[in-house]
Design a protein around this ligand. Structure first.
Ligand SMILES: [Zn+2]
Ligand SMILES: [Zn+2]
Ligand SMILES: [Zn+2]
Length: 865
């Protein structure tokens, strides 16, 4: 064994062995409990980044640990391979998206292999493979048959830069989730998935997801946004019909002094006809429609409106009240019309002040009178109803229920439940995605492609001009198709599916990745599903994670999937961040290009101005604070990269990059390596022991530390994956253990314990740093590979604090016995002896001359007389 820790050689050796021996290939095995651990699969962008390294290192520890605990572990990897960057590469560089994607997959797969991750590569999938996306199409057809997929013309979110439609979940604070462009509205014919059919189930089953972070559950609950309230009809004055409003505060209906409607409301323009308000209303509608819905709905957005010229009647008060168009009322939610109660709704309050509309208090806090004049903001809390006809005096919560009954009896409206969740728009006007399997025939209309004609594959005769519009429109081979029903000429749907469709069921595909008569084999999926531990970024909380739950439920209802929830436990790992450097003139700078030094201060290489050390921010190319994992692995090895990322922070917290941290991880592995090398010969000559052997007291203490560490590391991994504290405990144990070797006598007595302790350390470390652990295991003389070893189990007996029985003499005669913990100091033992009840009898009132302590055996108290 060489003295130097050569990570590269060790890692290549073990990666080869794992590949040759198919160490991580799994089959269904009913004799073993299963464990399915999955990290969110990557988009093949070209290279892995530190976020990937962290995500996959976490997953790999879980997979390897569970394997050692006797589970049959499924740990697969694949590629979320459709998406815009491939198409943009085609436009910019003339490479076909397919070629670009495959090249990237190859490169990144090699990078992942260099990390020593325990994937079953036999199960690798890529969503751009027709053998995979064929099943997207099949699922689409099943949804279509059941009315879960439908087409409608609607105003949709449009990203002008990506030139495609976005789902609501993909518009974050009014901008595109992918490119941060401001999203606009556009009317288009679009395919939708009816996720709203599952709103109640998606909401109710959140209760069962006790293994998910609270924040993700809360985000989904808010996104689904259930509200229980009432629909109330406000009859129009001087014309037919009524405005239907939706409210969750029907208890405030007596305070409704006007009605606000959305600019998209079907009556918005018509209401102004013949009132003289036509022109201003039209202008207002045109102007507001151009603003994105999200921007208008924002809490702090300026509230604006215009009088429609029309009135309606509040059925409860009988009053005529004006109808306004307001920018903050959205068609998306409710009915596009709201009863405005300025005294008890902040937006209505601001609006009423701005347009001088009446404010009427109808809820008061208990024991306090409120007048509109003294209100500085809306009173939105619970209270007692006032100015509310027969309901005055009731608590507003009772009033809510009674008003629903009252209006239902009179035919003024009904109880109503609404969700914020909208149907999922899945049409994308781009090339690199799954073609939607639909043919339009002039005679037969919309005709689904028969299942036996799947997959509808992407054509290759497509120009990538970047001029907008789907490239599929340009393909002659693709566009025209025979109608499956009448055989006449038909035209194919040119929209492709949102790439989030691909990732909504890939975890099921891993159960039987080559299955070709259904998306996945029901039996195999029944064995592996649900995923026991899913790991990925929190940015997917209402995108991927909601869609995947919807798909799993819909597939279960179709009879395809054996479960209704895909992921039992979810871990959302924190970001990897690093300090940034910024010149006031030249913006972000790489640390490597700075001039000067830490001590004199850094300066800009271009303008020589002092550079401010900026905040610690998420690693990103634009902020020039990235570290390329490949450089890290080349320099220190994969085990160091893994150890650093796992040791630097608990998985769910942000990890701040530190060069010293990386070096520290490397130094620890080097020290361990050298230590084993130095004592290898000696240790090979003995068998290890951790329990029975009789040991001198200092060694017994070390043995106790070994068992305590085994217990702690196990607990840390089992509960919440506290890998950082687990690693810290192992490092501490190693320090303690190496003290055995400092003294020849102790080493002689303790070599078997030392070997046992080192074996424990290597086993405990193996999920974190599998290459070096495997190599050290061999060095210790084992023929059975580490990969087949069970996880070490601590012995309760070895944990017990040792007790000593000490004889207490007074002037040489035995007068008592005391029991003390073995590791307490001499002074404490003497105190205990002096305070023993029986001993006190012989000592009290006499002058103490001295106390003699014979270690671990007796205390002799010498007194006068
Ligand atoms: Zn975009
Ligand atoms: Zn036809
Ligand atoms: Zn500069």
């Amino acid at each position: 064994m060489t003295d130097r820790y050569q990570a590269k050689a060790i890692e290549e050796k073990w990666q080869r062995i794992w590949e040759e021996e198919k160490t991580f290939q799994v089959r269904e095995d009913s004799g073993k409990p299963k464990y399915y651990v999955l990290e969110m699969f990557p988009y093949p962008s070209g290279r892995i980044h530190m976020g990937h390294v962290r995500n996959y290192s976490i997953g790999d520890v879980v997979a390897r640990y569970k394997g050692m605990r006797g589970y049959n572990v499924l740990h697969p990897m694949g590629w979320d391979a459709f998406g815009l960057p491939a198409e943009n590469a085609a436009i910019e560089r003339g490479i076909h998206p397919e070629a670009w994607t495959q090249e990237n997959i190859l490169y990144m797969k090699n990078q992942l292999k260099r990390m020593g991750l325990s994937y079953d590569w036999q199960r690798e999938i890529a969503t751009c493979d027709p053998a995979y996306y064929r099943w997207n199409q099949w699922i689409f057809l099943q949804f279509y048959k059941r009315g879960l997929a439908y087409k409608k013309n609607s105003a949709v979110n449009w990203c002008p830069s990506c030139e495609t439609v976005l789902a609501n979940e993909q518009v974050i604070d009014g901008v595109c989730w992918r490119c941060d462009s401001t999203v606009t509205q556009k009317e288009l014919d679009q395919w939708f998935f009816r996720i709203t059919d599952y709103a109640e189930q998606l909401l109710a089953d959140l209760e069962t997801l006790t293994g998910w972070p609270d924040k993700v559950v809360t985000m989904q609950r808010n996104w689904i946004g259930k509200s229980v309230g009432a629909e109330i009809l406000f009859p129009l004055i001087g014309r037919e019909g009524a405005l239907k409003v939706f409210t969750t505060r029907q208890d405030t209906v007596y305070g409704a002094t006007f009605v606000s409607i959305a600019v998209e409301h079907s009556s918005a323009l018509a209401l102004s006809q013949g009132t003289g308000q036509e022109r201003v209303v039209k202008e207002f509608i045109d102007r507001i429609k151009q603003t994105g819905q999200a921007a208008r709905g924002a809490e702090d957005a300026e509230k604006e409106g215009v009088f429609s010229g029309a009135y309606c009647q509040n059925p409860f008060t009988g009053e005529q009240i004006p109808i306004y168009l307001a920018n903050f009322v959205l068609m998306e939610y409710g009915t596009g019309a709201v009863m405005a109660v300025p005294a008890h709704d902040q937006r209505d309050f601001e609006f009423a002040l701005k347009y001088q509309l009446p404010i009427r208090v109808v809820i008061e806090p208990r024991g306090k009178h409120l007048t509109p004049e003294e209100l500085t903001e809306a009173y939105v809390d619970e209270g007692v109803m006032v100015n509310s006809g027969p309901f005055s005096g009731l608590s507003n919560t009772d009033g809510k229920e009674q008003i629903v009954t009252y209006l239902e009896e009179r035919g003024w409206g009904n109880k109503s439940i609404r969700y914020r969740l909208r149907d999922w728009g899945v049409s994308r006007q781009r090339y690199w995605g799954t073609p939607i399997p639909i043919i339009y025939c002039e005679k037969c209309g919309t005709v689904p492609v028969p299942e036996d004609q799947l997959p509808v594959t992407l054509p290759t005769d497509v120009p990538f001009s970047g001029k907008g519009g789907s490239p599929l429109l340009e393909s002659k081979t693709f566009l025209s198709a025979r109608c499956p029903q009448c055989g006449g000429a038909g035209r194919r749907e040119t929209d492709t599916m949102d790439t989030f469709v691909d990732s909504s069921w890939y975890f099921l595909r891993y159960a039987s990745p080559r299955f070709d008569s259904a998306p996945f084999d029901y039996q195999n999926a029944g064995y592996w599903m649900p995923v026991n531990q899913y790991i990925g970024g929190v940015e997917h909380a209402v995108l991927h994670l909601l869609y995947a739950r919807f798909f799993t439920k819909a597939l279960r209802d179709i009879g395809s999937a054996p479960v209704g929830e895909p992921f039992t436990n979810l871990l959302t790992q924190g970001m990897v961040s690093k300090e940034t450097y910024r010149c006031s003139e030249h913006n972000w700078l790489f640390p490597g290009e700075l001039v000067g030094s830490e001590r004199e201060g850094w300066r800009c290489p271009r303008c020589n101005r002092p550079v401010e050390k900026g905040r610690v921010e998420k690693m990103s190319k634009s902020k020039k604070n990235i570290v390329d994992p490949e450089d890290l692995i080349n320099r220190y090895g994969a085990d160091t990269a893994r150890l650093f990322t796992l040791f630097a922070a608990p998985p769910e917290k942000d990890l701040e990059w530190s060069d010293q941290g990386v070096e520290g991880a490397y130094r620890f592995l080097t020290r361990l390596w050298r230590f084993v090398g130095q004592h290898e010969e000696l240790m090979r000559s003995v068998s290890s022991t951790l329990v029975e052997e009789e040991l001198p007291p200092e060694l017994r203490e070390i043995r106790r530390a070994i068992h305590k560490t085994i217990k702690k590391v196990t607990d840390d991994i089992e509960s919440r994956f506290h890998f950082n504290t687990a690693i810290a405990a192992i490092m501490e144990l190693f320090n303690r253990l190496s003290s055995i070797a400092q003294d020849q006598q102790t080493l002689k007595e303790g070599v078997a314990l030392l070997k046992g302790g080192l074996e424990a350390i290597i086993l405990l470390l193996s999920p974190f740093v599998p290459h070096v652990a495997n190599e050290l295991w061999v060095q210790l003389g084992h023929s059975r590979p580490l990969d087949q070893m069970p996880w070490p189990i601590h012995a309760e007996s070895a944990l017990e604090e040792e007790q000593l029985l000490i004889v207490v003499q007074v002037n040489g005669k035995v007068r008592g016995k005391i029991t003390v913990a073995a590791d307490i100091d001499q002074a404490s033992i003497e105190q205990e002896a002096l305070h023993d009840q029986r001993v006190k009898h012989f000592v009290d009132g006499k002058k103490l001359q001295k106390v003699v302590y014979v270690p671990r055996r007796l205390v002799n108290i010498v007194v006068e007389g």
